[in-house]
Design a protein around this ligand. Sequence first.
Ligand code: SF4
Length: 168
Amino acid sequence: MLSKVLSKASCAECRFCCSFRRSSLWELPRLPAEFAEKYKTDTEGKEIRYIFDECGGVPFAVTDLTGGYKTDDPAEEVKCPFLDPRRGCILPPEDKPFDCSIWPLRYMRREDGSLVTALTPTCPEINKLPQERLTELLDGGLRGQIEAYAKEHPYMIKPYREGFPVLG
Ligand code: SF4
């Protein structure tokens, strides 16, 4: 969805958003519950553990990476079960989590209840672009797509975090 501003090549090389420190586990893509039924093993054939929850009556799943850390180092990262170190994300486009397809954008709820599209400040690639490019993309239809998805899948809305620039 962001291919107009982020090239596939630069994302494939970086993969920053597909590995997670303990402190960034909240960033894991939230998945439709049926996704967890379909994908039971990771890129090495090992069973994937999921955490199940619901939001607004809509069930969802998140991969459980907590057992993957080998040290107490807060900088240690565990990769998403769908990230192949050589091929990148192994999921077909139709199963790519919506959260991943709009990264580094996030749809967030502020304390006053308002919903905003915000930018993850740590994406190394997007920060090379002027923010106006992203605003143009949102105004060109992406904002509507995100809002429509969030209506059907309210679990994708994350609590707003300080430091995330709001794009509107
Ligand atoms: S599902 Fe694919 S794109 Fe999303 S975090 Fe995992 S490997 Fe990356």
